[in-house]
Design a protein around this ligand. Structure first.
Ligand code: SF4
Length: 419
């Protein structure tokens, strides 16, 4: 029998075809349907990608957005020991660092002067932290650079700040808003399944608390991102239940700006390095990563327009492929990246805007700079563009690296009790 395209498509599984047809007709996909399409192979696998790409086109067209930002992970000292985290250090360890507020502001200003519109601030939870540290940081940044967008403080940090200040999460969120926080990263979610969290990160923010922070933020007009860390111990059911939970929150609040699947970086992660759990994986495979982005697009269709991939975790060429599998956002320039780098990711700590634009054009799409809330600031329809700001930098060493941070004396963590 001679195969042609029609006969290939006729070989598609009827159940998978029905689910994907429903998605194309803008119907909601159930958790059970999502698990079914997660298990596809052959032509069915490719169909999942095709449908996700079609939905991406309907929602956001051919634009691929990115944000010019800088990460400031101001301390790696943390009272918790999440099994997947290679970034944190106990306060007694040599490699503990802590950036003073003046240095945080200096870094924010340096990035702003090079065209950054956002600083992303996340860190460990240092012991005996002053309850108003986060507020002070935000106020100092805004005093110096009123226009910069502060995207900062994960739900875990919000919970910690509230508990160090002896006030409710809701009250703390209000204080953070007044201090200048514009949006929160929807990190510390991993997989929102309590049993699994108790296994991979005992003592971490609970599912209930995570939801309380996120909904509390949305309620007072602080948008957040949403994320999922996958490719470790979780089942497909736990993944899709996680995404469906986020979808339900979005229906209620509308406060998620994007969803970012984060592939587990295993190399230096303690729970992988020390083989703490049977069956722990080395992150999602290439096919798994493609499916995860496509399924996210299908699950969140009509509710969360932006699916971001992580170039830090997937590398540049895989990122290009993901833009054909449901993703539409390239994330940020970062300038400094410590979390994935410490876990063993090898794709660097910074990417220039012009590099992002080149990669986007290579796959026939239109690059556009956005702000944190996805307002398009500038479309780059032609290649004629002047090099400015971050694009002109040739020597990255001026920004300092994660490897330097954990070695230099200047920023070494000092326990306040010993001062
Ligand atoms: S993930 Fe966050 S809370 Fe957990 S150990 Fe790392 S820095 Fe601490």
């Amino acid at each position: 029998m001679t195969l042609n395209i029609d006969s290939l498509f006729r070989n598609a599984d009827p159940i998978v075809s029905e689910i994907l047809n429903n998605a194309l007709s803008e119907k909601e996909i159930s958790a059970k349907d999502a698990v079914t399409i997660y298990k596809t192979k052959g032509i069915d696998f490719h169909l999942v990608g095709l449908i996700a790409d079609e939905l991406r086109k309907r929602r956001v067209g051919n634009i691929v957005s990115y944000v010019v930002n800088r990460n400031i992970n101001f301390t790696n000292v943390c009272i918790k020991q999440c099994g997947f985290c290679a970034f944190s250090r106990d306060f007694r360890e040599e490699e503990g660092y802590f950036l003073p507020t003046e240095e945080i502001v200096r870094r924010a200003k340096e990035a702003y002067d090079l065209g950054a519109t956002e600083v992303c601030i996340q860190a460990g939870l240092p012991p005996d932290m002053e309850g108003d540290l986060y507020e002070k940081i935000c106020k100092e940044i805004k005093k110096e650079i009123p226009d910069i967008h502060i995207h900062g403080f994960s739900p875990e940090e919000i919970l910690y700040g509230a508990s160090r200040s002896n006030i409710s999460i809701e009250e703390f969120l209000k204080r953070m808003k007044e201090a200048g926080v514009d949006t929160l990263p929807g990190t510390s979610a991993e997989i929102l399944d309590q049993k699994l969290r108790d296994k991979i990160s005992p003592g971490r923010i609970t599912v209930k608390q995570w939801e309380q922070v996120i909904k509390g933020a949305h309620k007072i007009g602080i948008n957040t991102t949403s994320t999922m860390m996958f490719g470790h111990l979780e089942t497909l059911e736990e993944r899709v239940n996680h995404m469906v939970k986020l979808r339900e929150i979005q229906k209620e609040t509308g406060g998620f700006t994007e969803f970012v699947p984060l592939n587990f970086v295993h190399t230096e992660a303690p729970m992988y390095k020390h083989q703490l759990h049977d069956g722990i994986k080395q992150g999602g495979s290439g096919n798994d990563v493609l499916l995860t982005h496509a399924i996210a697009r299908i699950i969140f269709n009509n509710l969360i327009d932006n699916i971001q991939m992580s170039w830090v975790k997937e590398g540049q060429k895989m990122s290009q492929l993901l833009l054909m599998w449901g993703a539409n956002d390239f994330g940020g320039t970062l300038i400094n990246e410590s979390i994935s780098t410490s876990a063993g990711s090898e794709y660097g700590q910074m990417i220039k805007p012009k590099e992002i634009r080149r990669m986007v054009r290579e796959i026939g799409r239109i690059p556009a700079e956005r702000n944190t809330n996805y307002k398009i600031l500038k479309k780059f329809e032609t290649e004629n563009e002047s090099e400015e700001g971050l694009d002109k930098i040739t020597d990255y060493s001026q920004f300092g690296s994660y490897a330097e941070l954990i070695k230099i004396n200047k920023f070494k963590y000092k326990n306040p009790r010993e001062k």
